[in-house]
Write a protein that binds this ligand. Structure first.
Ligand code: RP5
Length: 153
């Protein structure tokens, strides 16, 4: 059963989010992938946000470019942690998405990762940190990864 819901604003975001999916796979974390646009399919966004918790999802990773309202909209429909990934898909190369995601008004938080590949990977690692509080297997897999990093520098 998937613990992480990876949601992206467009099919065109698929390639940018591959690094997140690879990290989740490496850490043995079950996930599902959905394409939901906060402005083209707002009803789908509502249904996803409202039902994610009851379907067993524990963390949502939401990626979008441009006026990236998807993470905030999903966060408005759930109290699950939402990790936002700003994507560099627009003319402004992700600065727009970064500001949209990072500047959530007080009360409905969204965690904001870096723009692009680093952000996609870190979203998965951050999800592992959250899930690791509850799941020993995930914590151990993530700790193993962090230990291996020490040999890389
Ligand atoms: C955002 O607009 C998506 O997340 C995507 O990054 C960007 C462009 O989407 P498309 O016009 O390619 O569907 O909503």
């Amino acid at each position: 059963m998937p613990l992480v819901g990876v949601v992206m604003g467009s099919k065109s975001d698929t390639e940018a989010m591959q690094p997140a999916l690879e990290v989740l796979k490496e850490l043995g974390i079950d996930y599902e992938v959905s394409v939901i646009s906060a402005h083209r399919t707002p009803e789908k966004a509502r249904q996803y946000g409202q039902s994610a918790g009851s379907r067993g999802i524990e963390v949502i990773i939401a990626a979008a470019g441009g006026a990236a309202h998807l993470p905030g909209v999903l966060a408005s429909w759930t109290t699950l942690p939402v990790i936002g990934v700003p994507l560099a898909s627009s003319e402004l190369k992700g600065v727009d998405a970064l500001y949209s995601i990072v500047q959530m008004p007080a009360g409905v938080p969204v965690a904001c990762m870096a723009v692009g590949t680093a952000g996609a990977k870190n979203a998965a690692f951050f999800a592992a940190e959250i899930l690791g509080l509850k799941y020993d297997k995930i914590r151990k897999a993530y700790e193993k990864y962090r230990t291996a990093l020490q040999g890389d520098s």
